[in-house]
Design a protein around this ligand. Sequence first.
Ligand code: IMP
Length: 178
Amino acid sequence: MSNIKLHDREFVRTISNEEIVAEVKRVAAAMNRDYAGKRPLLLGVLNGCFMFAAELMRNLDLECEVSFVKLSSYQGVDSTGAVREMLGLSESIAGRDVIIVEDIVDTGLTMKSMLETLEAGNPASVAIASLFVKPSRLQVPVTVKYSAFTIPDRFIVGYGLDYDGLGRNLPDVYDVVE
Ligand code: IMP
């Protein structure tokens, strides 16, 4: 058992970095097929997406661009239900094929708000890529076209995901020990 402690909570290692990298390669291969001949704009949602976005980009063999927005909805291990924009989109997405790159889709509220915002910019298409999806937690219908892992309702950290700011640097993924 390789348990770790972040703030007041204990976490147990559940997904290795090797498994994550293998799944991200699978997602990238699907994008390489789907976007052949196009030039998608990957739009990462900070802070949690940075490791996933980097691994995904290095496995794309298409012409592609990347940009980031910063949104926040979580406090500790719970969703607040309100999505705050901390840093907005700086470029035009009119006519672009946009791929949102998210760390985890939980209630779906962040993606709903993001899709509504992007719609107003008249993109050619918008797809969601998320490293993790917790389908049992969804409060609004959201279609995640590219997901690496589907997980049950549990709080995870590592590989970009945090518990109150800590744990983002961990190469593996850990579950909270209740
Ligand atoms: P949603 O709006 O509820 O779908 O939440 C999305 C955001 O909540 C993610 O981008 C994460 O920042 C955060 N989040 C949701 N579940 C977890 C988790 O298990 N660990 C860490 N962050 C999470």
